[in-house]
Ligand binder design. Structure first.
Ligand SMILES: Nc1ncnc2c1ncn2[C@@H]1O[C@H](COP(=O)(O)OP(=O)(O)OP(=O)(O)O)[C@@H](O)[C@H]1O
Ligand SMILES: [Mg+2]
Length: 252
């Protein structure tokens, strides 16, 4: 039997009287692209917040490579190899692209404590090399020394993926990687996702169904905090319950 990779078992997450995630069991396989789709407010970002330790579940268990991760602080989960990028762009706007990625790479060497972020800033060559590698991989090397706030929206979103990649994760969670992008930027992001999929396990929340259907190996559909369906892109496209809850109407 294959050991489960990333797994949720009967997970609930309540915010006061709101049950954002309800009895969710889901297995995310290694080495594949899993897309999480569903209407606004379905619980997709909450699912990411649970996987990355921002919140603990109200009930149920989450495991990664057979180890419980629910209840662990976010930095421990990152150190175990699980990183994320955000639905809302998240970087230091006044720093350059290179500095942003280098700080993230440096976190690997400094125990993730914020006070250590800048301490050995100039001493360490390795984070700098990692940062250059990451920028190259994202085709951002030409803007390495530009201040992040001056980059285009598409570049900023890719930079954010770079910040997540700088910790050399095995699993990368991306929350709406194409949100707010032009059609060209979306196309570039789709290609980037396909490249990253060559050596990472990817979990993406995405509303652009063209992107989802092209990049995903597996799709999980969430509706009102519960799992509505899982399957291949073909299965999901022909699933009546999914059509009714999401693909037919609610999709952006
Ligand atoms: N920190 C929080 N405190 C209180 N309620 C929250 C919190 N985070 C999410 N919720 C609620 O949980 C539910 C699920 O929200 P979530 O952001 O996970 O949805 P989503 O599927 O990511 O939606 P979208 O597609 O709009 O990004 C919503 O009712 C939301 O208001
Ligand atoms: Mg969301």
């Amino acid at each position: 039997m294959v050991e489960p990779f990333l797994e949720l078992d009967s997970v609930d997450k309540d915010f006061g009287s709101i049950r954002a995630i309800h009895d969710l069991s889901l297995q995310i396989p290694a080495g594949e692209v899993t897309a999480i789709i569903g209407p606004n407010g379905a619980g997709k970002t909450t699912l990411f917040n649970l996987l990355t330790g921002k919140f603990g579940p109200t009930a149920g268990q989450i495991s990664f490579r057979g180890e419980r991760i629910d209840g662990r602080p976010p930095h421990e989960i990152v150190e175990m190899g699980l990183a994320r990028s955000y639905q809302i762009t998240n970087f230091f706007p006044e720093l350059t692209a290179l500095e942003n990625v280098r700080l993230a790479a440096q976190a690997r060497y400094s125990g993730f404590a914020p006070q250590n972020f800048v301490s050995h800033y100039t001493d360490l060559d390795e984070p700098l090399e990692i940062a250059y590698d990451v920028l190259q991989r994202l085709e951002l090397e030409s803007i390495a020394n530009e201040v992040a706030s001056t980059l285009s929206h598409g570049q900023q979103r890719h930079l954010e993926i770079g910040i997540a990649l700088a910790v050399a994760p095995d699993v990368l969670l991306m929350d709406e990687p194409t949100a707010g992008m032009s059609p060209d930027e979306t196309g570039e992001t789709k290609e980037l996702i396909q490249e990253l999929a060559d050596d990472l396990t990817l979990v993406i929340v995405e509303h652009d169904m063209e992107v989802v259907m092209e990049v995903a190996d597996n799709i999980a559909v969430i509706n009102r905090g519960s799992l509505l369906a899982t399957g291949s892109p073909q299965d999901i496209q022909s699933n009546e319950a999914v059509q009714k809850a999401y693909l037919g109407g609610g999709a952006r």
